[in-house]
Design a protein around this ligand. Structure first.
Ligand SMILES: [Zn+2]
Length: 135
């Protein structure tokens, strides 16, 4: 598809959320560009100004079981982090991969990631990671 979709990082929790629309722009005195975003699934009370350079990017892509080989140690992933009090999509880097034998329908690989936000580590299955689009 030629449609570009975007995600933006909220300053509230440093998690990434899908953008449903860009509302308006502003240029800071520093010359940096900020954009007002409406997050997908949220109303205008959750609109935020975000820095275009650091906090807006093309949407991350769920990894199909048949393409888990594209994920490598060192990669930046968008990870579904589930904790007692919250569940967020946040950035993590792959530290290690335990490759499992599997078919195209089911991936048994385990991806050890370190979250950028707090440097904690967690082992995740494929269903909890999204990869970054090719540059
Ligand atoms: Zn796999």
């Amino acid at each position: 598809s030629a449609d570009l979709a975007f995600e933006a990082k909220s300053a509230r929790d440093y998690a990434w959320y899908d953008v449903s629309s860009f509302l308006t722009y502003r240029v800071l005195r520093t010359g940096e560009l900020e954009v007002r975003v409406r997050f997908s699934g949220f109303d205008n009370r959750h609109d935020e100004w975000v820095n275009v350079k650091t906090s807006v990017r093309e949407r991350s892509i769920p990894v199909e079981p048949s393409e888990c080989g594209r994920v490598n140690v060192g990669d930046l992933l968008l990870c579904f982090q589930e904790r007692e009090d919250q569940a967020l999509y946040c950035d993590g880097h792959v530290l290690n991969i335990k490759r499992g034998i599997h078919d195209h329908a089911r991936c048994n690989c385990v991806f050890l990631v370190r979250y950028e936000l707090d440097n904690t580590e967690e082992s995740l299955g494929l269903e909890r990671i999204c990869r970054r689009p090719e540059e």
